[in-house]
Design a protein around this ligand. Structure first.
Ligand code: ZN
Ligand code: ZN
Length: 173
């Protein structure tokens, strides 16, 4: 009896109840109308926020994380290993050389070039390079060799400039 009097009491003396969604306090009859409206508004506000979050999680994070790992790791590893082997070989052969000099023995032959199956031989100068260096070098070397041999315009230009350098003091004098 006391409770019902509190809930449905006289005007100005009503007990207030907090809205479970927004936390504001309302009289019981007002809260009854406010509650569903407030919940609807809250869901409407929440939905776009959630979908934005999901969109961010769906696209940005995996692409950012996956790409650098799969690309850079294997290349770096093999390069590092090859460089390390070359380094060790160089130290070993240097030690053998100093030892041979100390003992008066003939110098040992230079260490065999480390033949790496990943290395590519340049068909123009026969030097070997790792894959990335070879791509750059072979283009460069091909360009160089083709200019040297096949480009008459280039050699003509060189001859002209050389002739001008030779002639100019004569012209001035
Ligand atoms: Zn509310
Ligand atoms: Zn070359």
């Amino acid at each position: 009896l006391v409770e019902t009097q509190l809930l449905f009491g006289l005007h100005g003396n009503q007990k207030l109840f907090p809205c479970e969604v927004c936390g504001r306090r309302f009289a019981a009859d007002v809260l009854e109308r406010h509650g569903p409206i407030c919940r609807k508004l809250f869901n409407k506000k929440r939905k776009p926020f959630n979908s934005l979050k999901q969109r961010l999680q769906g696209t940005d994070i995996p692409t950012v994380r996956k790409v650098p790992q799969s690309k850079s790791q294997p290349v770096r590893k093999s390069n590092w290993r090859q460089q390390h082997e070359d380094f060790i070989n160089a130290i070993r052969s240097a030690k053998q050389c100093t030892l041979a000099i100390k003992e008066g023995r003939p110098l040992p032959p230079p260490p065999p070039p480390s033949i790496n199956p990943d290395y590519i031989q340049c068909p123009y100068c026969m030097r070997r390079f790792n894959e990335t260096a070879a791509n750059r070098h072979i283009n460069f070397c091909k360009d160089q060799s083709s200019r040297r041999v096949f480009d008459p315009a280039q050699t003509a230009a060189k001859l002209v400039s050389r002739a001008q350098v030779n002639l100019s003091p004569l012209v001035v004098a």
